[in-house]
Design a protein. Structure first.
Length: 320
C-alpha cells in the first residue's frame, strides 16, 4: 500500500467528521505495516530444508478518537476499522467511537500543526520498501552461513542445531485532526536472529543484528555471534549462591533498562504518580556517570520516528 492511499483515507474521514454535527473534534490515524519473514532451521541429526518459504504478514487500518457533544457537555470515544479504508469502513469506526463514548473528565484538545524539520539523515530506506523476495532469502542463507562457518572452523560439524529468522518490516503512518494537522511517517526495519545449540558438551548461544537501512544490515554477523557464544559457553560451571561482583553484558543491560527503568521514566507512570521517580525531578537518582536520553530521531534505530503518536515532531528528552 502506498502512503498517498492512507492520506486519502484520513482526509476522507476528516471530511466526514466536519459534516457530523455532534463531533466537536477528532483525530484520525491510518497505518499500514508489512512484514516479510524467512525462518531457518539446520539440524545435523534430523536433516531437512534449511530455509523455509517466505511468509508475508500485512495489516492496515484506521482509527478515530472523537470528542462528541452530549447533554453532559462532552464525551470521548474511540473506534477502529481493520483492513477497510473505504467510506463504509470509516463509518464503522465512527459508529464504534459513538457507541463506546464515555464522559470526558478533563478538557481534551488535539495539537495544532507545528513545523516539522526533516531529520538530517533519512530514518527509512527506500530500498527496503521495494526489497525483492529473493534478497530476503539470500540474507537468511548468509545468516545461517555465519553460524555454520564459525562452527566448522572450530571443528564442529555434527551435533548441531541452528534455528532463527530474518525479518524485514516496512510501515506507513498518517495522522490528521480537526485542528488542521496532517502529517505522515515511513519507517523500515531489518532483523536477523539466530540460536545455536551444541550437543557435546551441551551449550547454546544467540546472536542478532538489526538495521533500518539495507547497506547497514550485517546478518552474517548474527550467525557468527550465536556460534561464538555457544562455543564460549562450553565448560561453564554453576556457582554457589552468594554475593559476586558482576559485569553486565549488553543484553542484560538492555533487559534491565527495558523492563525496570524505562517504564518508571514513562510520562504515563509519572503523571499517574505510580513511578518511584514521580517526586524526584531535579534530584540525583543514579550515578553521575549515567546519562539517559530519549532521542526520537536517532539514526539507525528501529524505534526512531519523525512524529509522535499525536502527530507532533519527535525530539530529544533528557531522562536522567
Amino acid at each position: 500500500m502506498e502512503l498517498y492511499e492512507l492520506r486519502n483515507s484520513v482526509e476522507l474521514a476528516l471530511d466526514m467528521v466536519h459534516t457530523t454535527r455532534d463531533i466537536l473534534a477528532a483525530e484520525v490515524c491510518s497505518s499500514w505495516c508489512e512484514q516479510q519473514v524467512v525462518r531457518l532451521r539446520h539440524d545435523t541429526e534430523h536433516p531437512s530444508e534449511d530455509v523455509q518459504a517466505l511468509q508475508v504478514h500485512t495489516t492496515y487500518g484506521l482509527s478515530f478518537l472523537d470528542v462528541m457533544a452530549d447533554n453532559h457537555g462532552g464525551t470521548v470515544g474511540f473506534g477502529v476499522t481493520s483492513e477497510d479504508l473505504s467510506r463504509e469502513g470509516i463509518l464503522t469506526a465512527l459508529e464504534m467511537a459513538r457507541q463506546g463514548a464515555g464522559l470526558e473528565p478533563l478538557r481534551f484538545t488535539f495539537p495544532r500543526p507545528l513545523d516539522l524539520e526533516p531529520p538530517p539523515t533519512p530514518l527509512h530506506d527506500p530500498q527496503v520498501l521495494t526489497l525483492p523476495d529473493d534478497e530476503n532469502k539470500q540474507v537468511a542463507l548468509d545468516t545461517l552461513d555465519g553460524a555454520l562457518s564459525t562452527l566448522q572452523e572450530a571443528g564442529y560439524v555434527r551435533g548441531l542445531r541452528v534455528s532463527g529468522e530474518v525479518r524485514s518490516q516496512k510501515e506507513h503512518l498518517v495522522i490528521g485532526n480537526t485542528q488542521g494537522l496532517l502529517v505522515s511517517d515511513t519507517t523500515t526495519g531489518l532483523l536477523a536472529a539466530m540460536s545455536v545449540q551444541l550437543a557435546r558438551p551441551p551449550s547454546q548461544g544467540t546472536g542478532s543484528r538489526v538495521a533500518t537501512h539495507w547497506r547497514d544490515f550485517t546478518a552474517y554477523e548474527a550467525g557468527m555471534e550465536a556460534a561464538q557464544q555457544a562455543l564460549r559457553a562450553q565448560g561453564g560451571i554453576t556457582l554457589a549462591g552468594g554475593d559476586y561482583p558482576v559485569v553486565f553484558g549488553p543484553r542484560a543491560v538492555a533487559a534491565l533498562v527495558q523492563d525496570l527503568l524505562l517504564p518508571a521514566l514513562s510520562l504515563d507512570t509519572v503523571a499517574a504518580g505510580t513511578s518511584p521517580f514521580a517526586t524526584q525531578r531535579g534530584q540525583a537518582i543514579a550515578s553521575p556517570l549515567l546519562t539517559m536520553i530519549d532521542d526520537g530521531r536517532l539514526p539507525g534505530m528501529l524505534g526512531s520516528r519523525t512524529i509522535t503518536g499525536d502527530g507532533l515532531p519527535t525530539g530529544t528528552t533528557a531522562l536522567i
